[in-house]
Write a protein that binds this ligand. Sequence first.
Ligand SMILES: [Ca+2]
Length: 227
Amino acid sequence: MINRLLAACFLLLSVFLISASPAEVPRWLDQFQTQDESRFPSNWKKIQGRADIYTVQVESGNAYLAARADHAAGMILTEAKVSPKDFPKLKWRWRAKILPTGADETGKNGKNDCAASVYVVFDKGMTKYTKDTLRYVWSASSHPRGMILKMKNYVYYVIQENRETPFDQWVEEEVNFQEDYRKLFGKDPPPVMAIGVQSDADDTKSQSWADYDDFILIPAEPTSATK
Ligand SMILES: [Ca+2]
């Protein structure tokens, strides 16, 4: 009996190992644990504005990315070359510490700042300033979650959290950027090239403080044909 049970377990394990392709394993982008404390994270790079507002900090043994934008803004990216077909979702966690005063992502009052934001940048093979981009925003205003703002032909904001979300507590997010891209751009997305963050307090000339951690790409669910 024990032999038969062992054989059955071995068979199940074999089937699992054969059917699991590499794309079925979540891909960590950054947990910041291997980064130097109080330094800019080594595998990220500045795209716009001030990079020095970002440092790795450690709290109870957990390292995370801290953004401390005082009258400043900065956008940084880390490379993430994946197909949205293989990895359609991104997860991360973040917490807002200080919201920029009077900020409004619609830009109507000239104060387009936010508490925090996470970008998914798609590579459509053109210059770096015209990449299709989804920006998931922690708004300092009361814009409702899920609100979409079209900023340019190739940049959409999705309001993910707002001023009603409790401060200073980690909030986990999971977005399906493949679905969001299809809905907003009306076609299948090109490959992803990078994931970015931007904390932003330059227009309001105030403070935008937030922390980011645990960026991970989630693989597509196996289709019925591969189950
Ligand atoms: Ca961490």
